[in-house]
Design a protein around this ligand. Structure first.
Ligand SMILES: Nc1ncnc2c1ncn2[C@@H]1O[C@H](COP(=O)(O)OP(=O)(O)OP(=O)(O)O)[C@@H](O)[C@H]1O
Ligand SMILES: [Mg+2]
Length: 149
């Protein structure tokens, strides 16, 4: 199953994220792929806002992982970019898919062995200027029924 959204601004991508925060099941994992600057972290910021997390969400490239507990549900944000080619057995698997939370992973290809089978893939492409295409794929995308732009 595949569903595509096109956004025309950072604000629209955030709004998509906000709606995702409300419609995703707890325990869900989103795998965000796309080039540098595609908008992965922007989508995560929207999700954080939708969960009423007030902390500033930064790209965790230099932290690998950050967990936000002060919202409606926990948000686990992982950026695996710097885990390429190094031993990544640092216990991330214990957090990914955390039952009551939502997990989002940027650069998931670097931790392939740790990804849950039922993860939802979101590929973001830069179509020039502020235009982005967000392609969702996964077994069950029914939760997207309520998500509109
Ligand atoms: N429609 C849009 N959706 C999202 N971001 C947009 C859009 N239009 C422009 N932008 C800009 O693109 C940039 C996206 O940056 P962001 O940090 O979200 O990318 P990223 O995919 O996380 O990159 P990285 O791989 O470096 O972590 C921001 O500067 C944002 O303002
Ligand atoms: Mg990022």
């Amino acid at each position: 199953m595949e569903i595509v959204y096109k956004t025309k601004s950072e604000i629209e991508t955030m709004s998509l994220g906000e709606q995702l925060a409300r419609s995703l099941c707890s325990g869900a994992t989103l795998l965000l792929t796309g080039d540098l600057g595609a908008g992965k972290t922007t989508l995560v910021r929207g999700i954080a806002r939708g969960l009423h997390i007030k902390d500033v969400v930064q790209s965790p490239t230099f932290n690998i992982m950050k967990i936000y507990f002060k919202g409606d549900r926990p948000l686990i944000h992982i950026d695996a970019y710097r885990l390429a080619d190094i031993n990544n057995d640092i216990g991330l698997d214990e957090y990914i898919g955390y039952e009551s939370g939502i997990t989002v992973i940027e650069w998931p290809m670097f931790i392939k062995d740790l990804l849950p089978q039922d993860a939802i893939e979101v590929n973001i492409t830069n179509d020039g200027d502020d235009n982005r295409t967000l392609k969702f794929s996964g077994e069950n995308l029914n939760f997207l029924k309520e998500v509109t732009l």
